[in-house]
Design a protein around this ligand. Structure first.
Ligand code: SF4
Length: 230
């Protein structure tokens, strides 16, 4: 049997903005669609997630997951990495792109952890962002995933795009979108929201061609980019 594909229809204005009821409906939809959303970067410790997150800049998580097993086998701790030469690190991470800068950041972070933090990854945003190559987003990923601490909302390319499409944020930079989201989302959702939206972006709300006909949030979305409207 051929199932008729839904076709684009005339625009029907949907509610937008960050009103509490609307935000709650979006969060409910995300919980239903992505109850087990989690960080896609493979890691076994805060140290490994810190390195994987540094590597993930301008690179897919899948590519990072191909690079890290051998990197962590060779340098399993900050102490081991702190003794590595830049060339050794570069050679292991080359395929993740921007490997000169990323190797410098990883070596610098390892040395800093050993010298300033007893070889352990610190658990505050203020301390984490003192490490080379670690900005607010990387720090928030590590704090949220490894320590369950929400000091911000991780805004990657998916969260930036979809928060704006859903009318939850209007900011034109990741920093502004994070501020928008922190104002309207309950802190208990700051960590999970990012994981769910990233999964939604990968599976449904594509940057170029969102699959709106199968989107659980379609009734709540007034984006100009929609490819289908109920
Ligand atoms: S309706 Fe379309 S544009 Fe809106 S969130 Fe869903 S997939 Fe994205």
């Amino acid at each position: 049997m051929t199932v008729a594909k839904p076709s684009p229809q005339k625009s029907t204005k949907k509610p937008s903005g960050g009103a509490p009821g609307r935000v709650a409906a979006i969060l409910k939809g995300l919980d239903e669609a992505y109850p087990n959303a989690e960080c896609a970067l493979n890691h076994r410790s805060p140290w490994e997630l810190l390195v994987a997150t540094i590597l993930s800049a301008q690179c897919t998580d899948a590519r990072v997951n191909l690079v890290t097993p051998e990197l962590f086998r060779r340098f399993p701790t900050p102490r081991k990495m702190a003794l590595a030469s830049l060339e050794e690190i570069e050679e292991k991470i080359r395929s993740a792109g921007f490997y000169h800068n990323k190797a410098k950041s990883i070596q610098g972070a390892a040395r800093n952890l050993v010298e300033e933090f007893g070889g352990k990854v610190p658990q505050t945003l203020a301390e984490l962002i003192t490490l080379p190559g670690v900005a607010r987003k990387t720090a928030s990923v590590v704090l949220g995933v490894c320590f369950g601490k929400a000091e911000g909302v991780v805004v990657d390319t998916h969260v930036f795009r979809i928060s704006r499409r859903l009318g939850l944020a209007k900011g034109d930079t990741p920093q502004k979108v994070e501020q928008n989201l922190m104002r309207i989302l309950p802190p208990s959702k700051w960590i999970g929201f990012s994981h769910q939206i990233i999964q939604h972006g990968r599976e449904v709300c594509d940057a170029r061609k969102p699959r709106c006909e199968r989107c659980i949030l379609e009734q709540l979305c007034a984006s100009e980019d929609k490819t289908w409207r109920s």
